[in-house]
Ligand binder design. Sequence first.
Ligand SMILES: CCCCCCCCCCCC(=O)SCCNC(=O)CCNC(=O)[C@H](O)C(C)(C)COP(=O)(O)OP(=O)(O)OC[C@H]1O[C@@H](n2cnc3c(N)ncnc32)[C@H](O)[C@@H]1OP(=O)(O)O
Length: 224
Amino acid sequence: MTVETEPVAELPDPRDFGLPVVGEEEIPAELTSLVEEVRTLVDAVAHTRAGAEDLAAARTAVAEAASRLQGDRHDIGTMVRHTWPDGRVEYGTLANIVAGPTNAAAPPLRLERASGGGLHGGFRLNGVYQGPPGLVHGGWLAALLDQALGAAAGAEGMPGLTANLDVNYRRPTPVEAPLEITARVTGTERRKVFVAAEISHDGEVTAEGTALMVRLDLPGDGGA
Ligand SMILES: CCCCCCCCCCCC(=O)SCCNC(=O)CCNC(=O)[C@H](O)C(C)(C)COP(=O)(O)OP(=O)(O)OC[C@H]1O[C@@H](n2cnc3c(N)ncnc32)[C@H](O)[C@@H]1OP(=O)(O)O
């Protein structure tokens, strides 16, 4: 595949486009810990067999916690700044549904640079992510692949939006089991960035995806 475009060397600051930015290091440890606790809560609620009294007490406690937190909110579209160990800076959406660090509805997906190129991450999905009994919902697998595919393009300095996503489910993916995800850029053509990703369990690929990301038309990078 022809490579006709260079990665964007330096990403613009989202604040230049009116988007607020929070440094990952500015997220309070108490918020990170709260997010973890809420993930536990969602799983507990989804599977509880508690009686009416416990359910009512829990509902009151959760409603009180929600009203405590509602007052002071980040704006929709707030970005989080991540600095890689090599000093490169990258931005993601703070409340991203797959990888937002403050989104308790997001699985705890963290991606690192792989030594051979691209990104990789290890993760585990609890029973909240079930589709078929004991198995991860296919829509969530597609969302995880989409996120990793987008992040792989972003990590190469080519952030974009998914124009096309193609997913193949090769084997059932179990919940409550260690999973791995890998993603890499496979080619570029003008603003088109081609990416591929796999999810595996026990060394076997359970789902794989390819996507066409269309690189953001950033000022100063030559556009198309
Ligand atoms: C911040 C850091 C975060 C870094 C981390 C971010 C991780 C986020 C991961 C989550 C990713 C998402 O969920 S993204 C959300 C879901 N996706 C979306 O909402 C996108 C909705 N679609 C769009 O907005 C638009 O269609 C775009 C932006 C994709 C493309 O529009 P455009 O910018 O006007 O570009 P356009 O000229 O049409 O197309 C450019 C080239 O791509 C080709 N092309 C366009 N669409 C397609 C297509 N579906 N299939 C084949 N080819 C296509 C065209 O033929 C052309 O090829 P040629 O003429 O050059 O040959």
